[in-house]
Design a binder for this molecule. Structure first.
Ligand code: ATP
Ligand code: MG
Length: 311
């Protein structure tokens, strides 16, 4: 019975067949049942709650929408986030996860890897490669819509991520496993120098932040991660084979962005009206370069600690 309903679910997946879907999902724990992507909510969340990151907002919305509209994508969606600390990389990755699955980031189909926790010993790369490959393959067999986040890529032992090469490209659809529907997000600070340099030049030339165009940054970031021993992609075939769909740059945050972070966190604590704290925290952050004091050295990362100090 379940098999018949599965076939109906797979082939007749449309609003008309909602009734079959409901019936199927009431009996099955298929990940398709929990997969409820809401692009509009994702766009709104990015637009409303991420400050000063027009490139990340645009690319993530655009690429995720394009990928999900395609019922049989030719390759998985592979995004790589880059930028200095506290600029919103982990925040945006959580937003993405939250709007893909009904059970948000606690979904069993969303997998997060943190090198210091999962791959702490660089001399065990061989073992880790095997484990990671089996984990990814096993989970894709369970759920083609699996999402994999790799945070703190700068601490990823070199050579480990290359084991994913066959999954990231337009590989064949193996029985019960469709590698092309998965989403991979790599997150790291590598490349922040080239991103911050461009932001600084733009600012010094009096141009708008929004005038910074992505095209100039894509190739530069690819080159830096390929050449850096601490990017997780050092001399990686993943870069050579151009398996990253898009590099997503996160720009350094200015004082006005930091103050928006302070305001938003004060509101969450029920102290929306404390503009004195907004001003005090904004003024207490460190900004670079010495001449101009344009960008916060820690983005919004130190905001909660500073609020505690001034509230
Ligand atoms: N652009 C932003 N807009 C709104 N909030 C932000 C932004 N950047 C950072 N924050 C807030 O600051 C804190 C740190 O952000 P996050 O963890 O996303 O930084 P990160 O870029 O991942 O830094 P790291 O490289 O150190 O991991 C979070 O509470 C987040 O909500
Ligand atoms: Mg982070």
């Amino acid at each position: 019975m379940l098999a018949i309903l599965s076939v109906l679910f797979l082939y007749l997946y449309s609003p008309v067949c909602g009734v079959f879907q409901k019936l199927y999902c009431s009996m099955s724990d298929s990940c398709e049942c929990d997969f409820k992507p809401n692009i509009r909510d994702l766009e709104w969340d990015l637009y409303k709650n991420v400050y000063g990151q027009h490139l990340a907002q645009e690319i993530v919305s655009e690429e995720v929408a394009r990928f999900l509209q395609n019922k049989s994508p030719e390759r998985p969606l592979v995004l790589s986030f880059h930028g200095s600390s506290g600029t919103g990389k982990t925040l945006v990755s959580s937003m993405l996860g939250n709007h893909l699955y009904g059970s948000a980031m606690s979904s069993p189909y969303i997998h997060q890897f943190i090198p210091t926790l999962h791959f702490p010993f660089p001399d065990r790369v061989k073992e880790y490669r095997e484990e990671l490959k089996n984990w990814v393959q096993g989970n894709l067999t369970e759920c083609a819509r699996s999402v994999f986040f790799f945070d703190e890529m700068e601490k990823m032992p070199p050579g480990l991520i290359d084991v994913l090469e066959p999954f990231l490209g337009p590989s064949h659809v193996v029985f019960r496993t469709n590698y092309r529907k998965a989403i991979y997000v790599f997150i790291g600070t590598t490349g922040y120098k080239v991103i911050n340099k461009m932001a600084l030049e733009s600012r010094q030339a009096g141009r708008d932040r929004e005038d910074i165009k992505l095209a100039d940054l894509q190739a530069a970031i690819a080159q830096v991660v390929y050449n850096s021993t601490t990017s997780g992609f050092f001399q990686s075939r993943v870069i050579l084979q151009k398996l990253i769909t898009r590099f997503v740059p996160f720009l350094p945050l200015s004082r006005r962005h930091v103050e928006r972070c302070v305001h938003s966190q004060l509101c969450q604590r029920g102290s929306c009206g404390r503009s004195d704290v907004v001003e005090a925290v904004g003024g207490d952050m460190l900004y670079t370069p010495v001449q101009g004091h344009y960008f916060s050295t820690t983005g919004c990362k130190a905001v909660p600690a500073k609020i505690n100090l001034f509230l």
